[in-house]
Design a binder for this molecule. Sequence first.
Ligand code: HEM
Length: 350
Amino acid sequence: MNVPRRSLLAGALGVAGLAGCQASGTFVPARAITHTGGTQAGIDRPAPQPHADLGVFDVTGRPGQVLGGLGDLVLALTSGSHPRLAGLPPGDLTVTVGAGPRLVSAVDPELPGAVDLPVFEREAITHPCRGGDLMVQVRGTDQLAVSLASAALSTVDGVQLRWRQRGFHAERNLLGFLDGTENPRGPEELASEVWLAGPGRVAGGTIAVIRRLRLDLAGFAALPVTRQEEIIGRRRADGEPLSGGGTVSLAAKSADGEYLIPPTAHVRRAHRLATGSGMMLRQGYSYDNGWDDRGLLFISYQRDLRTFTATQHRMDEGDDLMAFTTCTASGTFLVLPGFGPGAPLGGTLF
Ligand code: HEM
């Protein structure tokens, strides 16, 4: 049997709570992530891990009970004490849970997270892949731990699976471009753009948007690289904006008065100065379902759903990248405030 070197090393070192990843031939231990506190793990702690398994469910049981049980299971899995992890060290395994608009609006229709996404352009979404009551996002460096945790989380009483998608995170997306460059960073930007400060029942939560975007990889690859770069608005090799200078400048023009970042480029259309919205934290995962179904599992977190909807509307009105995308699953979820002993998951709401 081919036992991965990292497992042997983790075993040999006898390091509880550590999993390894092979990066450029070097063993890099992945540290255990704290799951208790004011906010949930898996958003700003840690940075996106290489593997994700995202499930969207309906809740058929009592939401408070289902979420409370789920929270206990999350703590047991991520601490490595649950038998379903088969003795594996959990390493940087994280589980992030969100509640859909049906559940939130039943508590209070005024709460953030109570409103669903509208329908956008270029969607081909069949019934179970739109909406849903519960998002469970499992991430980690060790794909085996992610898979085992995900399997255990799918068998909780009172939930029914709608759809799920596995993804992998790398510096570049399947178009070959660096992705995730322009994002809020550090505690201050995250506090002002991502985490909800109130009302009290949702403080420490955030609004997640999930969109599975199938990409026309053949169509995009058939274009000259210069045209691809015009569509994105950045250079493929190093991510430099076409306006130069390290950060995107929407105003920069060539000597003959043309915008250096074209009017229909993705980074112009999606830029907050063009949308008049706040910033979103994007943590996309590429996915590969074989045949012609490959693309981006787009995941964003923001304080206000409007940050996403204003951006997507602006893109629908004239972003050249959109011609290469088809959305096949969509949902928004209130990522619940942090939890821990004496403060059950979802306890402030349900
Ligand atoms: C398959 C579809 C998509 C691909 C391949 C893609 C790719 C990219 C790339 C390569 C960048 C430039 C690097 C960066 O700043 O991270 C970027 C920027 C960005 N994208 Fe996307 N994106 C996609 C869909 C979306 C969607 C659905 C949204 C939101 C509605 C979005 C919002 C943004 C934003 C806000 C930026 C930063 C713009 C700026 O301020 O410079 N993207 N995207």
